[in-house]
Design a protein around this ligand. Structure first.
Ligand code: SF4
Length: 328
């Protein structure tokens, strides 16, 4: 599963670490001082490391809860994000994490109690309702058997009714959710791309059918589920492909019970983009014409607005506009 497990000395005795090590008795362990000395080391190659990543167990220092980037989210509540992990077991070629981090190793911050404290404080300090996104620097559930994220954070949010937790994922690891009573302020948001994009760029991601099955089970049990169609990447017949995807999705899911639906175009900070181009000089996606605005790079496309509106029109055949937002 992991080539090695690095453990910060500071958290070596943490119960979450002890529990995890019992699950992987045969994986070599290495003590380190701070996770950054392994994770941020120079002369690492994300692409090579991705084939054989290690797990790094660490303590999150400093702020654990941060304001969500502008345009990230489904309404004008106060939005925040937190990352209990860095990096992802899947390998989407469009993923910004490849350009953000030098290392493809997984970092797991085990001090959940500090995250919880900060989430409570942030929610209580806000006069408005709050939303907390998980799954910004990782996939929230892909390493669920290791992180046991749901077992800790869902009961936490059950105690903070003014706050909503959005769990963003492409994973089917939902067993621990199905074992709990659903709460209305915990939304499971699954990201989908049309079928040709998924085949081309979403490596190691569970199949569309498996993920729809997972969402259907969650929805039938009463969990709020949301749909994220992003990043939309222009290809021939992209509108027809999304229309076909929407038909497949809403054949499986009850559109009346969907929490929210969003779309988003391919965007990423310029520096991350440049790093990825160096990693994948042969990838056609990164050879396209681009435009840069305020430090963010986008794929150049004529009539982009019209195309997006056509995709939205196909979506509105299934869901009312009030449930929909465009990601900035
Ligand atoms: S599932 Fe999400 S976090 Fe993981 S590689 Fe794909 S885009 Fe990145």
């Amino acid at each position: 599963v992991f080539s090695a497990i690095y453990i910060e000395e500071d958290i070596a005795d943490h119960p979450r670490v002890e529990q995890l090590l019992k699950r992987f008795p045969d994986i070599p362990t290495i003590q380190c001082d701070r996770f950054g000395e392994v994770f941020n080391r120079k002369a690492q190659n994300f692409r090579l490391q991705k084939a054989n990543p290690a797990l790094i167990l660490a303590r999150k220092h400093g702020r654990a809860v941060l304001p969500a980037p502008a345009g990230y989210g489904f309404d004008d509540n106060q939005s925040f994000y937190f990352s209990h992990m860095l990096n992802c077991v899947y390998d989407c070629r469009y993923c910004f994490l490849q350009g953000k981090y030098r290392s493809a190793n997984y970092v797991f911050f085990v001090n959940y109690e500090d995250f919880a404290e900060e989430i409570r404080q942030t929610a209580n300090a806000s006069r408005r309702k709050t939303v907390f996104y998980s799954g910004y620097d990782c996939d929230s559930l892909a390493l669920e058997p290791v992180s046991l994220f749901n077992d800790y954070f869902v009961p936490l949010f059950a105690e903070i009714p003014t706050a909503t937790l959005e769990i963003r994922t492409k994973s089917t690891q939902i067993r621990s959710l199905l074992a709990q009573k659903p709460i209305s302020n915990c939304v499971i948001a699954m990201s989908f791309s049309e079928v040709k994009a998924a085949q081309k760029w979403e490596h190691k991601v569970p199949s569309l059918n498996k993920r729809l099955d997972a969402l259907q089970k969650l929805q039938q049990q009463g969990w709020p589920v949301a749909l994220r169609f992003e990043p939309i990447i222009w290809q021939p017949e992209v509108v027809a492909s999304y229309a076909a995807l929407f038909a497949q999705v809403f054949d499986k899911l009850d559109s009346e019970k969907i929490h929210s639906v969003s779309t988003g175009l391919f965007r990423m900070p310029v520096d991350y983009y440049k790093n990825i181009v160096k990693l994948y000089p042969d990838e056609a996606l990164y050879a396209r014409q681009t435009i840069t605005t305020d430090g963010m790079i986008a794929l150049q496309k004529d009539q982009e607005t019209e195309l997006l509106e056509s995709i939205e029109a196909a979506l509105f055949q299934f869901v009312p506009r009030e449930q929909y937002y465009r990601c900035a």
